[in-house]
Design a protein around this ligand. Structure first.
Ligand code: GUN
Length: 321
C-alpha cells in the first residue's frame, strides 16, 4: 500500500498560528536579524522567504547584506553590533558563507541568547549534553513532524543519512533524546543500503538527489526527505526517490511541502524563544525550562552529576520504556 504523505505545510501552519498569537500582545515586537554574505541564489531565496514569514506572523525582520568579498573582521563586527543592539532579539547568519570566511569563528560570535539557529558552541554543547537550549530549526521541525504524524520515536531505529552541523548531527542528538537508537551514515559509510533497510525512521539529509531508492527502505518505515537540490528545470528534487520509496514506507515527507515549511516555522518559534531569553518573558513558546523532553536518558547528568552520568546510561538498557 502507498505511504501516507505528510502535509508539512499544514503542520507548519499550526506552529505559525501559535507564534502569531503569541506575538500579538508583545511590545516591542520580536526582531530577527538575518546576515547574508554574498550572492548565493539559493541563500538569497531562503532569506527572502524567512523575511516574508516574519512579516506574516508579526515578527520584525532586519537584513544585513554584505558583499561576497566581505572580510572576516567586517562580518564579525556586524554580528557584534547586532549582539549589542537591544532592539534585536534573534540573529541568523545564513549559511554557507563564502569560502574565504571561517564559518565557526563567525557563528561563535553570535550571542548564545540570540542564537536563533542554535549553532554556537554554547548551544550545540548544551544540545549534546541534553540541557534545554535552542535547537537548530530543521532537526526540531523533523522531530515535530514525526510526532504530529503519530510516530512513536522511543525504541525505534532511526537512521540519519548526512552528518552536517545544520541537520545530521543535531538531529541525531534530538532523536537520542527521544530515546531512539540512532545510526548516522555519511559519504564513507559502507553498505549504506544494508543499514537503511533496518531503519524504522529514515532521514535523508545528504544533498544527493534520489539517493534513497525503494530497495533501501524497510517495509512500513517513516521516511523523511531533507533534500532540496534544484534540478535543471528549476524544480526542487529531494534525496528520496518518492515514487519508489512510498510503495515501501508507511509514512513519507514530500519535497517540496515537507520539511521546508517546518524549518521556517521553527525559525519563527525559535525567534520567540530568543525574545524570551533577551527580555526575561516566559510562556510564549510553551517550552518548560528543564522539562524532561529535552534531557538525555539520565536526568542527573543535566543537573551536573556528570561523573556518574557517563555510566548510568547503561543501566537503562533492557528496561521497559
Ligand atoms: N543554510 C541552510 N540551512 C540553514 C539553516 O537552517 N540556517 C542557516 N543559518 N543557514 C542555513
Amino acid at each position: 500500500m502507498a505511504a501516507r504523505v505528510i502535509d508539512g505545510k499544514a503542520i507548519a501552519q499550526k506552529i505559525l498560528d501559535e507564534v502569531a498569537a503569541g506575538v500579538k500582545s508583545l511590545s516591542p515586537k520580536p526582531c530577527l536579524a538575518i546576515v547574508l554574505v554574498g550572492n548565493n541564489p539559493a541563500s538569497q531565496s531562503y532569506v527572502k522567504k524567512k523575511g516574508e514569514m516574519c512579516e506574516k506572523v508579526g515578527i520584525v525582520s532586519r537584513n544585513v547584506f554584505l558583499p561576497e568579498n566581505a572580510a572576516q573582521a567586517e562580518i564579525e563586527k556586524q554580528v557584534e553590533m547586532l549582539n549589542s543592539d537591544p532592539r534585536v532579539h534573534a540573529i541568523l547568519v545564513q549559511l554557507p558563507l563564502p569560502p574565504h570566511v571561517n564559518e565557526p569563528d563567525v557563528l561563535e560570535r553570535v550571542n548564545a541568547k540570540k542564537d536563533v539557529d542554535g549553532f554556537s558552541f554554547v548551544n550545540s554543547g548544551k544540545l549534546f549534553a541534553g540541557v534545554p537550549t535552542i535547537a537548530p530549526c530543521t532537526p526540531r521541525g523533523i522531530i515535530h513532524m514525526l510526532k504530529e504524524s503519530g510516530v512513536r520515536i522511543a525504541g525505534k531505529h532511526a537512521v540519519v543519512i548526512g552528518r552536517s552541523n545544520i541537520v545530521g548531527k543535531p538531529l541525531a542528538m534530538l532523536l537520542l533524546q527521544e530515546n531512539a537508537t540512532v545510526t548516522i551514515c555519511h559519504s564513507c559509510t559502507k553498505n549504506l543500503a544494508e543499514i537503511t533497510r533496518t531503519a524504522d525512521i529514515l532521514v535523508a539529509a545528504a544533498g544527493k538527489p534520489k539517493l534513497v531508492k525503494a530497495e533501501m527502505v524497510k517495509e512500513g518505515a517513516a521516511v523523511i526527505d531533507v533534500g532540496t537540490t534544484r534540478g535543471a528545470d528549476g524544480k526542487l528534487v529531494g534525496d528520496v526517490d518518492f515514487e519508489g520509496a512510498s510503495m515501501k514506507a508507511s509514512l513519507i515527507s514530500p519535497v517540496p511541502g515537507g520539511v521546508g515549511p517546518l524549518t521556517v516555522a521553527m525559525l519563527m518559534k525559535n525567534t520567540l524563544e530568543c525574545y524570551e531569553n533577551c527580555t526575561g518573558s516566559r510562556r510564549l513558546t510553551g517550552i518548560r525550562r528543564g522539562s524532561r523532553a529535552v534531557m538525555i536518558g539520565n536526568r542527573e547528568g543535566a543537573r551536573g552529576k556528570i561523573s556518574s552520568a557517563a555510566y548510568a546510561e547503561d543501566d537503562e538498557i533492557g528496561k521497559k520504556k
